[in-house]
Ligand binder design. Structure first.
Ligand SMILES: [Zn+2]
Length: 267
C-alpha cells in the first residue's frame, strides 16, 4: 500500500450517465492513488446497482438510501425493510444519500422529505452505520432531525456530503461523530465561503469527495468528474491549509477509520 492514498467518500460511478465503466474508474483512480471509493445510491434500484458493483471490486463500497429529491416515491410499508436489508451488507459502508433539500421549489414537500430522512437515520442507527447527508438550504431542519434521533440512539454518526459551508453545521459537528466532506467546488474561484468554512474545519473532521460525475475540481473543472480527481481536491486543501500531502492523507484515513470502524475497510 502506498503511504499516500485517498478515498473518494462520495461518487456515483455504478450508473455513469456517460457510459464509463467502474473498471475504468478504478484503474484511473489507482493512477492518482485514489484507492478507495464509496459509490452512492439515490433510490432503491440504484442502491442495488451500487451494491452489485461494490461486491465485485476491492476498495469499492456502496452507500444505500433514498435521495430527498425522490422522497415522493417512498412507501414505508414496503420500502423501509428493503433498505434495511440491503444496508446490512458488509460492502455497504453507510446509509444514504439522504437528507433534506429545499433549494428547488418543486422538490417534494418538507413533511415527506423529513419522513424519509428520519427513516433512513433510523435504519443507520439500528445497524450501526453512518448516514450520508445531503443538506441544501436545510441546515435547521437537518439538525432538528438529527437531534431527535440523538435522543433515541447513542450511535448516531455521519458525513455532511458536498458541504455547503454552513457555519451552523460546522459548529454542530464539534464533539459529535460527524464529518465534513468537501467536494471539488472548494477549488472554485467564487467559493470563498467554502474556503472560510475549510479554515474553520478541524482537521480531524475533514473528508473529501468528488460527487462524480459533477463538480470537477480545478484544474479539470468543466470535464466529467471521476474518483481519480479527488486527488486534485486533496492537493488544493493541502496547499490551502499548508500541510503536506502525506500528513493530509494520513489524517483523512484516520478520520475515515474513526467513522467507519476498522472492519472490512479493504474488502
Ligand atoms: Zn451524491
Amino acid at each position: 500500500m502506498d503511504s499516500i492514498f485517498f478515498t473518494d467518500t462520495h461518487a456515483h460511478i455504478h450508473d455513469d450517465e456517460y457510459g464509463r465503466t467502474v473498471e475504468d474508474f478504478i484503474a484511473l483512480g489507482s493512477e492518482n492513488n485514489v484507492l478507495r471509493c464509496i459509490t452512492i445510491g439515490i433510490d432503491y434500484e440504484n442502491s442495488l446497482m451500487a451494491l452489485e458493483a461494490a461486491k465485485k471490486h476491492t476498495g469499492l463500497y456502496a452507500a444505500v438510501g433514498l435521495h430527498p429529491e425522490y422522497a415522493d416515491i417512498y412507501n414505508k410499508e414496503s420500502d423501509y425493510e428493503k433498505f434495511y436489508n440491503i444496508a446490512k451488507h458488509e460492502k455497504v459502508l453507510a446509509v444514504g444519500e439522504t437528507g433534506l433539500d429545499f433549494y428547488y421549489e418543486n422538490n417534494p414537500e418538507k413533511e415527506k422529505q423529513v419522513h424519509v430522512f428520519e427513516d433512513m437515520v433510523d435504519i443507520a442507527c439500528k445497524i450501526d452505520k453512518p448516514i450520508v447527508i445531503h443538506s441544501r438550504n436545510a441546515a435547521d431542519d437537518t439538525i432538528e432531525v438529527l437531534e431527535k434521533a440523538e435522543k433515541k440512539y447513542h450511535n448516531l454518526k455521519g458525513i455532511f456530503h458536498c458541504f455547503d459551508g454552513s457555519l451552523q453545521v460546522l459548529d454542530w459537528v464539534k464533539n459529535r461523530n460527524f464529518y465534513i466532506s468537501y467536494a471539488g467546488n472548494v477549488t472554485f474561484k467564487n467559493a470563498e465561503n467554502l474556503r472560510i468554512a475549510l479554515e474553520n474545519t478541524k482537521i480531524d473532521k475533514l473528508l473529501i469527495e468528488t460527487d462524480s460525475p459533477y463538480l470537477s475540481p480545478v484544474p479539470v473543472r468543466g470535464k466529467k468528474n471521476m474518483p481519480a480527481n479527488v486527488f486534485y481536491t486533496a492537493c488544493f486543501i493541502a496547499d490551502y491549509l499548508k500541510i503536506d500531502m502525506s500528513k493530509l492523507s494520513y489524517q483523512l484515513e484516520e478520520n475515515f477509520k474513526r467513522l467507519m470502524g476498522e472492519q472490512s475497510l479493504w474488502k
